[in-house]
Design a protein around this ligand. Structure first.
Ligand code: HEC
Ligand code: HEC
Length: 288
């Protein structure tokens, strides 16, 4: 049994390793260099460098340049790397929760792979995946209501009412109608300057950001981007995961601060360094 597996593994390894060796001996190798391809695309008028993040986009992301851990390490150590604020490692440099927020160590590759060690201990990245990485969410997702300062208390009756409602199954019951739904139209409920429904009143964006509609039970359960996703034959992106507040964007947006804390909510959520960090994760989050 094991012998068969190792023979198969050996065979696969030969194929995998064999291919680049052949390519290296190929006389056309030079024509496949990324510099050569770039010049070729320039000649053919296929290289478009336009817009704010144009160079990173056209010369790094679109060309699938491998992002090294070396670069990620630099970002973690650099102030203002993802938007104005102190470097990540000032607050996240050890797995000891007495020294480092959430016991999260962003100062080493192993630390990033290990994730938050304080309860609830959890990964902040899933190597090879896009879209599910907590670290990227923490760089892009503003705390709600938009503009609320990061030091605003998260242990409040309004926030707890929403967390408890989700953890009890997010039912359309009397508790929801009486104690949860009215919070979204109350400008004072969450300590911001506007009620949630001032920015989330319908499925249309604009005026309703992310097509989030917080005016009724059915609208909330429809999720974000329902109109846009319908065109692709997909349902809305859920903002409530029944029985699990910690996985529900509706609750996370009330309790988790965008990093670094205090960053202007208007700061670019597609900052080139956020894009390159995501790419490093998608490419496997290699430490070397
Ligand atoms: C001034 C201190 C400070 C800085 C600087 C800082 N953080 Fe945080 N970070 C926190 C605090 C406090 C929390 C926990 C509270 C929260 O989630 O809002 C946290 C939570 C997190 C979490 C969530 C971990 C979990 O499991 O809940 C991630 C991921 C994170 N930070 C990443 C970063 C990144 C990336 C940077 C650099 C851009 C950064 N942080 C900069 C203070 C900081
Ligand atoms: C001043 C306008 C404003 C107010 C008030 C506001 N939001 Fe938002 N909301 C936004 C913007 C802008 C975005 C998209 C940008 C982002 O993701 O940070 C957003 C995104 C969201 C999302 C993310 C949906 C997704 O894509 O997963 C949720 C959930 C949300 N808001 C809930 C709330 C709740 C709950 C309140 C009230 C406590 C609230 N918002 C108040 C502007 C606002």
């Amino acid at each position: 049994m094991f012998k068969t597996i190792s023979i198969i593994a050996c065979f696969i390894a030969t194929i995998a390793l064999g291919t680049p060796v052949v390519a290296q001996n190929n006389t056309e190798n030079e024509s496949t260099s990324i510099t050569h391809k770039m010049y070729l695309d320039m000649k053919l008028g296929k290289l478009h460098i336009e817009g704010d993040n144009a160079v990173v986009d056209a010369l790094i992301l679109q060309r699938h340049i491998p992002i090294t851990y070396e670069y990620i390490a630099t970002l973690m150590r650099t102030p203002n790397a993802f938007g104005e604020g102190p470097a990540c490692i000032v607050c996240h440099s050890s797995n000891d929760p007495n020294k480092s927020y959430r016991g999260l160590d962003l100062s080493s590759c192993e630390g990033i792979l290990r994730g938050a060690t304080e309860a609830p201990a959890r990964p902040v990245i899933y190597p090879g995946q896009r879209g599910t990485n907590l670290i990227v969410h923490m760089l892009q997702d503003n705390r709600m209501p938009l503009g609320v300062p990061f030091f605003q208390n998260i242990d409040t009756p309004a926030i707890n009412a929403i967390g408890d409602w989700i953890n009890a199954g997010a039912k359309n019951d009397e508790n929801f109608t009486k104690n949860v739904l009215p919070l979204f139209s109350d400008p004072e409920a969450f300590g911001g300057e506007a009620a949630c429904i001032e920015c989330h009143e319908s499925f249309r964006d604009p005026p309703s950001f992310n097509e989030v509609n917080l005016t009724s039970y059915d609208a909330i359960m429809t999720g974000a981007f329902s109109k846009t996703r319908k065109k692709e034959g997909k349902p809305g992106k859920p903002i409530v995961v029944p029985f699990d507040a910690d996985k529900s964007p509706l609750f996370l947006r009330l309790t988790k601060n965008r990093m670094p804390p205090g960053v202007d909510p208007g700061a670019d959520i597609n900052h080139p360094n956020i894009m390159m960090l995501s790419r490093w994760i998608e490419q496997g989050a290699w430490c070397k």
